[in-house]
Ligand binder design. Structure first.
Ligand SMILES: Cc1cc2nc3c(=O)[nH]c(=O)nc-3n(C[C@H](O)[C@H](O)[C@H](O)COP(=O)(O)OP(=O)(O)OC[C@H]3O[C@@H](n4cnc5c(N)ncnc54)[C@H](O)[C@@H]3O)c2cc1C
Length: 475
């Protein structure tokens, strides 16, 4: 937390020991992260000085989605005449976390004790009353070191996508948490680069350029998001350092062995505009791959009162999503705000709080899950692993080339099929409508529920347009 802004940037570009700055254990931290509208709002409420510090001390800029974004979703360009503006922060995750931690320490000073370089290894429970009372932890560097106990009135497992909670609950309370994992062959290559002028001034004038994949037709996408403004005397420079993420589904991974090979891949797999931008980008960091992202949901709410008291999962520990919609951090922020609200309501007994939280938090996860998985179901080689409440695990695989056996055939749920059709039809309408594009971005930024896309007037307009197109009646 003592690092200067330039040390953080330097570190981000050179990738030295992860313990020297930022934090260890979050391998995805090098990848592009967007903090969505609602997450940004929650952080601003908690830390009113956050934006000011990021903008004035760390050369971060904020971006107006109304004037500074070009966004292709499922191959369709959102309309740029948004009816309301949404702001994105162009902060890389190292900078955001460093500033957040400093703010946290300023706000709570002596009330926090940090245990660094430690790993939780199991829960301390009282089996007869179904309560989690604490955790056991040990020093990370030394696997054989002794275990320490830590007790708490309320324990929050926010240990991320690789959380061992399901294993711990099975070991200590013989509780099986039903889970669903969707493997859609997600792959990322991210780097930091300085953008230079292309031959197209319109392209150069847009700082935030994003495109999601459009499976099964186009299984690659790209996010270009500025992270710092820089002073330069080079008149061809656009004066920003950007985080650039090339991503894919269906295991069609972008190469990271050399920039030349990556550019060749981009030429073949992405829209020509990306090739011209990236051809004129100067690369400042290694090309960092990430290939472990999956959709992974723990259905904690389905266990009702079997779930232990005084213990919850929060953020990725409860549910992780396809990163392309940038939902994860905001999902965690919303769940944390939900938890604070439950305590503030002052009407729940401590023993009930984990159950109240599970049912409210899972509703937040469900919204993000729907947006993420509706698209991921389109992946030709999708694999789904389901574990039920008896611990029975079944793997279903769809493989383009080989017919699956009857038992492990993947059947697209009817609701998902309808949602896929509806979202694609909605996006076609949104490309012509500033209002619908604004609605979509509000949902994506978690400022509105996905259900606003189904308001009767919108539903009617989308179905009407789809019918007209279907029968070729529209002019
Ligand atoms: C490629 C990629 C791109 C992404 N892009 C975005 C984006 O643009 N926007 C967005 O909002 N989200 C994005 N995400 C998702 C985002 O990274 C996560 O949703 C978010 O970090 C979840 O926060 P968390 O606090 O739940 O877990 P994490 O940030 O993963 O933190 C978990 C912490 O727990 C610690 N820990 C783990 N196990 C133990 C243990 N046993 N004992 C002690 N500590 C432990 C880890 O060291 C770590 O510090 C992306 C993810 C990936 C993979």
């Amino acid at each position: 937390m003592k690092s200067t802004p330039s040390e953080i940037l330097d570190y981000r570009c050179r990738l030295e020991s992860p313990t020297s700055v930022g934090r260890s254990g979050v391998s995805q931290i090098y990848q592009t992260h967007v903090i969505e509208g609602e997450g940004h709002e929650i952080l601003r409420e908690l830390f009113p000085q956050l934006d000011n510090k990021l903008l004035n001390e760390y050369d971060i800029r904020n971006y107006s989605l109304k004037t500074e974004l070009r966004f292709f979703v499922n191959g369709i360009l959102l309309n740029q005449n948004l009816t309301k503006d949404i702001e994105w922060l162009g902060a890389d995750r190292f900078t955001l976390e460093t500033v957040l931690r400093k703010e946290l320490c300023l706000k709570f000073e002596n009330q926090i004790e940090w245990k660094c370089n430690s790993r939780v290894t199991q829960l301390i429970v009282d089996q007869s009353s179904n309560i989690v009372k604490g955790i056991k932890y040990r020093c990370k560097q030394n696997v054989g070191s002794p275990l320490f106990d830590m007790y708490g009135d309320f324990i929050i497992d926010c240990s991320g996508r690789n959380s061992s909670s399901t294993k711990w609950l099975k070991e200590s309370l013989n509780l099986i948490v039903p889970t669903v994992q969707m493997h859609f062959g997600c792959g990322y290559v991210t780097f930091v680069g300085e953008r230079f002028k292309t031959e197209n001034p319109t392209l150069d004038s847009i700082p935030v350029i994003c495109s999601t994949v459009n499976a099964p037709d186009k299984n690659a996408g790209c996010y270009i998001i500025p992270m710092r403004t820089i002073k330069t005397s080079d008149e061809n420079s656009l004066g920003t350092l950007a985080q650039i993420s090339i991503h894919c589904v269906n295991s069609e991974f972008p190469p990271n062995d050399s920039y030349e090979n990556l550019l060749e891949w981009i030429k073949e797999n992405l829209d020509p505009d990306y090739y011209s931008i990236l051809k004129s980008t100067k690369v400042y960091s290694p090309l960092i791959p990430y290939r472990r992202a999956i959709d992974d949901r723990r259905y904690v709410e389905s266990l009702g009162k079997k779930w232990p008291q005084n213990y919850i999962l929060l953020g990725d520990a409860m549910c992780t999503f396809n990163p392309q919609f940038g939902q994860g951090m905001t999902h965690a922020c919303r769940q944390a705000r939900g938890l604070a609200k439950i305590f503030a309501e002052n009407c729940h007994k401590l023993k009930d709080i984990s159950h109240v939280f599970n049912s409210r938090a899972s509703a937040i996860s469900e919204e993000c899950w729907l947006l993420s998985t509706t698209n991921d179901w389109k992946t030709p080689t999708l694999k789904i692993i389901k574990t039920d409440k008896n611990g029975q695990t079944k793997t279903y695989q769809r493989n383009g080339d080989f017919p699956a056996t009857k038992d492990n055939q993947l059947r697209l749920p009817l609701l998902t099929k309808i949602l896929q059709w509806y979202i694609d039809s909605f996006l076609k309408c949104a490309s012509k409508s500033g209002q619908l594009s604004t609605d979509f971005l509000h949902v994506m930024n978690q400022q509105a529920s996905i259900f606003i896309l189904f308001k009767p007037t919108i539903l009617f307009a989308v179905c009407y347009t789809a019918l007209m197109n279907c029968f070729n009646l529209s002019k």
